[in-house]
Design a protein around this ligand. Structure first.
Ligand code: CU
Length: 125
């Protein structure tokens, strides 16, 4: 009986430690240049992709400044993965070039101006 109780105590202590470790993972913030974002929709696309990634705590796309701020857990992912995830969504991320197929699948307004994207100048007419 005593052994069982002791085992239970150990189990709880063990669980507590594991949970504490899982929570501990260091959070890092990265500001990534995403020069090809054009509009609110791009923001939505990238953020949707990012929340599917493992280890991403939050993602904010500022399409006016063309900067994406990502908070991620360093024990679960790394900056290269973060950039690759943005590239997979169809956007350039610092030195990582956008995945071509994803870029082609973007709505026209979300493409680079030379491909007919960046609508504000066109709407004026
Ligand atoms: Cu867009």
């Amino acid at each position: 009986m005593r052994i069982i109780r002791l085992l239970l105590v150990f189990m709880f202590v063990g669980m507590g430690v594991t949970m504490a470790q899982a929570k501990k993972g260091t959070l890092a913030t990265a500001k990534i240049n995403t020069p090809t974002v054009q509009c609110e929709m791009c923001k939505g696309t990238i953020e949707r992709y990012m929340y599917r990634e493992d280890g991403i705590q939050s993602c904010k796309v500022d399409f006016k400044k063309k900067v994406t701020t990502v908070k991620y857990y360093t024990d679960r992912t790394n900056i290269e993965n973060v950039k690759t995830a943005i590239a997979n969504a169809g956007y350039d991320a610092d030195d990582v070039t956008a995945n071509e197929d994803s870029y082609k699948a973007l709505p026209t307004c979300c493409k680079k101006p030379e491909d007919g994207g960046g609508q504000p100048t066109k709407k004026k007419q």
